[in-house]
Design a protein around this ligand. Structure first.
Ligand code: C5P
Length: 227
């Protein structure tokens, strides 16, 4: 069987990573969550005081960017890769609402995108990869053999994320999460550099009324048709 590149893009909290992870497992491919990379750089910026409620210092962040070392390490027990920032496992912290509230500003910075897109191209150069994000089918792997663009209503997505955050013990309200989802949608699709948009050859996949099993089955079948 030939190995292909699978790009899964779409709006925040559409369940991209859940499906992409399952798909990678079934095909014995590598799974890469590019959102985790943007989140880790955001955490780096927050810890260094370059971004926060009072604004952002983009040039200071860009200057210190080479000191942000990102690495995915496979967690055998959990069966997936976790994000490490300068040697520290930051998997939990990067998923917090505090990071979600800043990440779209950091991911709009051109230099941040250059650094991360280069890393993503390198990780995926041998194919046999499922990568999820916002610009995988348009910028990182425009020649990907299979491109999926996931959507769902903002309310459905916010409710999913709200339950997920509550499950992790974060004290958040549904309206806060909905506001964050809508803000990220807007910023991600209106930024100057590689905005979120569907590649012309991507399959539009609305999962508002679909359970996980059905989603997986459909996307797995798309993949089998290409492989
Ligand atoms: O996928 P996730 O919701 O974790 O991504 C967090 C944020 O990272 C997005 O809202 C977006 O601002 C940014 N991102 C991006 N390009 C990607 C992946 C994520 O700009 N390829």
């Amino acid at each position: 069987m030939q190995k292909i590149t699978i790009a899964v893009d779409g709006y925040s909290s559409t369940g991209k990573s859940t499906i992409a992870k399952q798909l990678a497992k079934a095909l014995e491919y590598i799974y890469v969550d590019t959102g985790a990379m943007y989140r880790a750089v955001t955490l780096f910026a927050m810890r260094n005081g370059f971004i926060g409620a009072d604004g952002q210092n983009t040039s200071a962040l860009v200057q210190l960017l080479p000191k942000a070392h990102l690495k995915f390490k496979y967690n055998e027990e959990m069966g997936y890769s976790e994000m490490y920032l300068n040697g520290e496992n930051v998997e939990k912290e990067i998923r917090s609402l505090a990071v979600s509230q800043q990440v779209s500003k950091v991911s709009a910075i051109e230099e941040v995108r250059y650094k991360l897109v280069d890393m993503q191209k390198e990780i995926g150069k041998e194919k046999g990869i499922v990568m999820d994000g916002r610009d995988i089918g348009t910028v990182v792997f425009p020649d990907a053999e299979l491109k999926i663009f996931m959507t769902a209503s903002p309310e459905t997505r916010a409710f999913r994320r709200y339950k997920e955050l509550l499950g992790k013990g974060e004290k958040v309200s549904y309206s806060e999460v909905l506001k964050n989802v809508q803000e990220r949608d807007y910023l991600d699709s209106h930024r100057e550099f590689s905005p979120l948009r569907r590649a012309a050859d991507a399959i539009k996949f609305d999962n508002s009324d679909m359970g996980l099993e059905e989603q997986f089955e459909r996307i797995y079948n798309y993949a089998l048709r290409v492989i």
